[in-house]
Unconditional design. Structure first.
Length: 98
C-alpha cells in the first residue's frame, strides 16, 4: 500500500468526524465499579483490622482480606462485561431475524 493511499484514507477518516456515543449503562457500570474498587477494599481493611482480627498479624490478615475484595470487584466487572456483550450479540441476532 502506498503512502499516498494511506494519507488519503487517514484524511478521509479525519474529515468524517463521526463520534461514537458510549451508552449510559456502560458508563454507569464503569463508574460504579471504580467507586467500589476504591471504597470496598479500604473499608474492608479498616473494618477487619479494627474489629475482626486481633494480634500481631491483624494488619497482614486485613490486607489479605482487602486484596480478596478487590479481586471480587474486578471479577464482577469482567462478568458484567461478558454478560453485556452476550446480551448485545443476542439482540443483534434477533434484529437480523426480523
Amino acid at each position: 500500500m502506498s503512502s499516498k493511499t494511506t494519507e488519503n484514507t487517514v484524511d478521509d477518516l479525519a474529515s468524517q468526524k463521526k463520534s461514537v456515543e458510549t451508552p449510559r449503562g456502560v458508563l454507569f457500570k464503569l463508574y460504579s465499579h471504580t467507586i467500589m474498587m476504591i471504597i470496598l477494599p479500604l473499608s474492608t481493611y479498616y473494618y477487619t483490622s479494627n474489629y475482626y482480627f486481633e494480634g500481631e498479624r491483624k494488619t497482614t490478615y486485613a490486607a489479605i482480606a482487602s486484596v480478596g475484595i478487590a479481586n471480587v470487584v474486578v471479577f464482577s466487572y469482567i462478568v458484567t462485561a461478558i454478560l453485556e456483550d452476550y446480551s448485545s450479540n443476542n439482540q443483534q441476532k434477533r434484529d437480523k431475524e426480523e
